[in-house]
Ligand binder design. Structure first.
Ligand code: HEC
Ligand code: HEC
Length: 215
């Protein structure tokens, strides 16, 4: 699938979900409720099947059935922290984060499905091709240890507030860092934006290559 096809798919999916949307906007979970809802859903043996079912209508076309994305520019969701996933989904829904692909289509998805899909994708394993340029990877490792490890952790697994970066797609990482750095309204975060502003394009390329190689 080419990026052009993807854009057309996103637009048509957004249009079809908009038609199916209820007339009244749904009441949304509060950020203070995300963690408890994820814990509750994780403990329920039905959640994984429900999340897989919910994801199968839309999300798998781009993020894959097992959370390994179909294109370099689309993030893997596999292995990501479930609270982080739910938080990002809510941000697309309320406009705190913007994407031509995600913003429209996510609005019609119920909270219950948002929660179960987050738990489902978090339970999968990232498994996409990693960078192979050894010199660049080594440069990225040094940069990561100097600047990022304190928040994202030694294995880059992150936590409920901080994204997992290990095994993520190179192009997506590069794009995410460039967006924080540019402060163009697509992505902003009080912790991440100042860090990204201090990275050069060369740092971004190196650190993204390194992170893609982590398991
Ligand atoms: C048409 C392709 C497409 C579809 C369909 C799609 N996504 Fe996405 N998704 C993307 C792209 C592209 C991004 C990266 C957006 C950006 O930051 O530029 C993304 C980002 C995300 C993120 C943020 C991940 C991170 O690491 O921060 C989550 C969570 C997500 N999508 C969940 C979903 C769910 C759940 C569905 C189904 C309801 C879905 N997506 C359907 C393309 C898609
Ligand atoms: C002060 C803590 C902190 C430091 C240091 C930090 N990060 Fe982050 N990072 C975060 C937080 C918090 C988020 C999630 C922000 C959001 O919700 O958009 C994040 C998100 C990201 C994302 C987006 C991931 C995704 O799935 O969309 C990337 C990429 C990233 N960080 C890379 C880095 C790199 C590379 C470094 C070092 C150069 C770094 N971070 C240093 C806190 C930090």
């Amino acid at each position: 699938m080419s990026p052009q096809h993807l854009a057309i798919l996103a637009l048509s999916l957004a249009a079809s979900t908009a038609l199916a949307a209820p007339a009244k906007p749904a009441t949304r979970l509060l950020p203070t409720e995300y963690e408890a809802r994820i814990q509750q859903a994780t403990a329920d043996p039905e959640t994984l099947a429900a999340g897989k079912r919910a994801a199968s209508y839309l999300c798998i076309w781009c993020h894959g059935e097992d959370g390994n994305s179909v294109l370099e520019s689309i993030p893997n969701l596999a292995g990501q922290n479930p609270v982080y996933l739910l938080t990002q989904i809510q941000k697309f829904g309320d406009g705190h984060r913007n994407s031509e692909f995600m913003s429209g289509l996510i609005k019609a998805i119920k909270d219950e499905d948002r929660v179960s899909m987050s738990v489902y994708y978090a339970a999968m394993r990232p498994n996409t091709p990693a960078a192979t340029n050894a010199a660049l990877i080594e440069k990225g490792r040094k940069r990561y240890l100097a600047t990022c490890v304190g928040c994202h952790g030694g294995k880059a697994y992150g936590n409920k507030r901080i994204a997992r970066l290990a095994g993520q797609r190179v192009s997506y990482l590069t794009h995410a860092l460039a967006n924080y750095r540019a402060s163009n309204g697509t992505r902003r975060d009080p912790m991440m934006t100042p860090v990204a502003r201090r990275l050069t394009p060369e740092d971004i390329a190196a650190v993204s290559a390194y992170l893609s190689t982590l398991k």
